[in-house]
Design a protein around this ligand. Structure first.
Ligand code: GLP
Length: 243
């Protein structure tokens, strides 16, 4: 079931997202949270970290896993998911040993995905999965395709993904992405999907009103029993304007 919540603006959406995460830690202190990179969750992460300053003991057992990574980008590269998540969440929370990430710079990307898949099979499932929505409907780098992969894997990137702000100005664009698979996301106990900005309007419409199809991977979230979709007013207005 997908519960839709619309907030006036990005700030209110982010505050609700941070609160959602904090509520989950309260219920399950050692929870495994999967975190997306990208611009959408940035403010939510900042507010989440502020919570940790007020109640640090709440975060003592929290575990994190990164959703995805650009193949070929290292943790030192400002465009990498590792760089963003370490800077915005992992370093401020001081929890390096409780964070599992894809090493985008690994010599063998498939072996790196196998390592992550093996870890998740032993330490999962994900308890709380924070996702952003690609303009093409991707989740992580589960890109639109005839079929989708269940677990961590290396994948070609869609043209829209290569136009993402994290990598669009790079001289050498990543050839592949690394991502948790659709089954990993659908096996999460709870999912939080964040959608912000008018450019996401068409994707939000496809998600809410379109068919269930691997050509729009986010649509498979309708199969999940507990998805909270929080969007801001500009994404929701763009959805309504186009109907
Ligand atoms: C990126 C990442 C996703 C992210 C999504 C949305 O390409 N692979 O993890 O959630 O696309 O990004 P943004 O929030 O910047 O729109």
């Amino acid at each position: 079931m997908m519960k839709l919540i619309v907030h006036d603006d990005y700030e209110a959406m982010s505050a609700a997202a941070a609160q959602w995460l904090v509520d989950r830690i309260r219920t399950r202190p050692a929870m495994l949270a999967c975190l997306a990179a990208g611009s959408t969750p940035t403010r939510a992460y900042e507010l989440f970290v502020e919570w940790s300053r007020r109640t640090p003991e709440l975060f003592d057992e929290l575990r994190l896993i990164a959703l995805d990574e650009w193949g070929g980008l290292s943790a030192e590269d400002p465009g990498s998911c590792q760089f963003q998540l370490r800077r915005e969440v992992v370093a401020p929370l001081g929890m390096n040993e409780r964070f599992l990430e894809f090493d985008g710079d690994a010599p063998n990307l498939q072996a790196e995905c196998d390592r992550v898949a093996d870890w998740l099979s032993r330490h999962g499932p994900i308890d709380a999965c924070v996702l952003g929505l690609g303009i093409n409907g991707h989740l992580g780098f589960n890109e639109p395709a005839d079929s989708l992969q269940p677990h961590a894997h290396v994948t070609p990137l869609a043209a829209t993904s290569l136009g993402h702000a994290m990598v669009r100005d790079l001289a050498a664009k990543p050839a592949f992405g690394m991502t948790l698979g659709m089954a990993d996301l659908l096996n999460a106990r709870e999912v939080l999907l964040l959608v912000s900005g008018q450019q996401k309007g068409p994707a939000l419409r496809a998600l809410l009103h379109g068919p269930l199809t691997t050509a729009f991977p986010a649509s498979l979230l309708h199969l999940h029993s507990s998805v909270t979709l929080i969007c801001d007013g500009s994404a929701y207005a763009a959805l309504a304007a186009d109907i």
